[in-house]
Design a protein around this ligand. Sequence first.
Ligand code: DQA
Length: 144
Amino acid sequence: MKILVLNGPNLNMLGKREPHIYGKLSLPDIEETIKKHAKSLNVEIEFFQSNYEGAIVDKIHEASGKVDGIIINPGAFTHTSIAIRDAFLSINIPFIEVHLSNVFSREPFRHKSYLSDIAQGVVSGLKEYSYICALNFLVGFLKS
Ligand code: DQA
């Protein structure tokens, strides 16, 4: 089983970026935690981060036929990107939307997601555990 973990804009700044909101771990720290957990589940993981919307769209297209599931933290593109929504609608791969912070307890513009209604599920506010919860669910879901 192979799962792609996608991270959108500014998530390469984790650790330095608003740590009171996003936590102190860097993206490589989080990816290491995910990798360790994936190993215990016997799952292969590919990581990809980009600050560019088109690069994320391309990666979603390329995933078709190559991965079984996707975990995505779209960052600010969550609240703006019809292009990423359409990319998911153009492939047939289940995905989970994740957020480190609880977007619903923040500014109203963060309450709107262009992805939530087409995602298999959404995990928000559990810091790095959002990714781990998504991975646990996705692996069980794909096996069922
Ligand atoms: C985020 C929440 C978004 O609103 C924000 O733009 C991010 C990170 C999160 O993980 O909490 O960049 O997706």
